[in-house]
Design a protein around this ligand. Structure first.
Ligand code: SAM
Length: 358
């Protein structure tokens, strides 16, 4: 059993995670930290099915676009994108938009959520007292953003959603798998998969070096990924330093790999491609899979929560082309592009699909 690096909090041989001031987070418990939630709930795999709402489609050959409709585009962009385009007299290249997105998104992950909310509230009160309407409007916007971020990421954990992700990932017929994560950003889901299927290797790929150096580089050493111990078969937390992880800064289109991975994964990638490019994005999930391997994809789910999130957080998030879709639409894209759908459903605010090439 390994311990997380750093001294606070510390992993222990009984699987508990010790918070210096407030006692350990034990297996089965959760605790909200300043930046994120520690979550060791649902250690038994059988407890997980309540965290995925599985859809009932069994025969995808009869599903038609007229029945499921098309995704909704998110149209309100961050002002940084508009300013860049005004300055350069051109549309922002896709890679530049990812570079801006990653820096912005990361700045939210490293915020102390409680402190940021308190500070915004103090500024709000001061600006109301000074009766400066322009300042009140901008501080109110900031307060909305920190409040929503705090709720979505730290309190309800809808972005990482470890129980939902574990529910989606469970039951794969793999041992010590090689996992390829396309557009890996901070690499969260590859680490969660590694914890559930330990002993193999996860290769993360992102063409933005900031992701390797900061989003993944600064990812907390003490985050407990709930998985299992192959020696005993019992549940245990894994920490990133115990995993075999490789991070490649490379364009997915230039990867040197053949059909050699047991799992090819993407999280929030497909919805960034307009329909004419989706077949290419889906092909990326097939071309590196060994026969019998699994493609796992998630996308944000179309619904009022995600619409609100991308509306309030537009300045932080909306640099790239983005769609919100239903899991039925996502499944039809995959089915039409040569995949059989093994599992499809909602996990909190994301759609999740496990599929295999036909
Ligand atoms: C929306 S992010 C994935 C969502 C992620 N979970 C997050 O928290 O940001 C998509 C990632 O894919 C990367 N990406 C997009 N196109 C790529 C390509 N052709 N090659 C490599 N990485 C790519 C971007 O740099 C970005 O970090």
């Amino acid at each position: 059993m390994g311990a997380p690096p750093g001294s606070r909090p510390e992993g222990r041989a009984d699987g508990a995670l010790r918070h210096a001031a407030r006692g350990p987070v034990r297996m089965g418990e959760t605790r909200v930290g300043p930046h994120f939630r520690y979550d060791l709930r649902a250690p038994r795999l059988e407890e997980l099915d309540q965290f995925i709402v599985e859809r009932p489609i069994r025969d995808w050959s009869v599903v038609r676009w007229k029945d499921v409709g098309k995704p909704v585009r998110v149209e309100n962009y961050a002002s940084g994108k508009r300013l860049w385009e005004e300055k350069h007299g051109d549309t922002m290249p896709v890679k530049t938009s990812w570079e801006m997105f990653n820096r912005s998104f990361h700045s939210w992950f490293v915020k102390d959520g409680r402190e940021a909310q308190r500070a915004a509230m103090r500024r709000m009160l001061r600006s109301v007292a000074s009766l400066r309407a322009d300042e009140i409007a901008s501080v109110f916007e900031e307060l909305q953003q920190v409040t929503l971020w705090n709720l979505a990421h730290r309190v309800t954990d809808t972005i990482w959603d470890p129980r939902g992700k574990r529910a989606l990932f469970r039951g794969l017929d793999v041992k010590r798998p090689r996992i390829l994560f396309l557009g890996a950003a901070e690499g969260y889901e590859a680490m969660q998969l590694y914890a559930m299927y330990p002993g193999g290797e996860a290769v993360m790929v992102d063409y933005d070096a900031f992701c390797r150096d900061h989003r993944f580089g600064d990812f907390p050493e003490d985050y407990p990924f709930l998985g299992y111990d192959p020696a005993t078969g019992s549940a245990r937390p894994w920490y990133r330093s115990e995993m075999k992880l490789t991070y490649l800064v490379e364009d997915i289109r230039k990867l040197p790999f053949g059909r050699e991975f047991d799992i090819v994964l993407s999280v929030g990638l497909l919805e960034h491609f307009p329909d004419e490019y989706k077949p290419e994005c889906i092909e990326w999930h097939r071309k590196f899979l060994r026969p019998g391997g699994y493609a796992i994809l998630t996308t944000p789910r179309l619904g009022w929560r995600t619409k609100l999130f991308y509306h309030v957080m537009a300045e932080a998030m909306n640099y790239t082309y983005r769609e919100l879709m239903t899991v039925d639409q996502m499944g039809l894209y995959l089915y039409e592009n040569g995949f059989n759908i093994l599992r499809h459903g909602w996990i909190k605010t994301h759609n999740g699909i496990v599929a295999q090439p036909r």
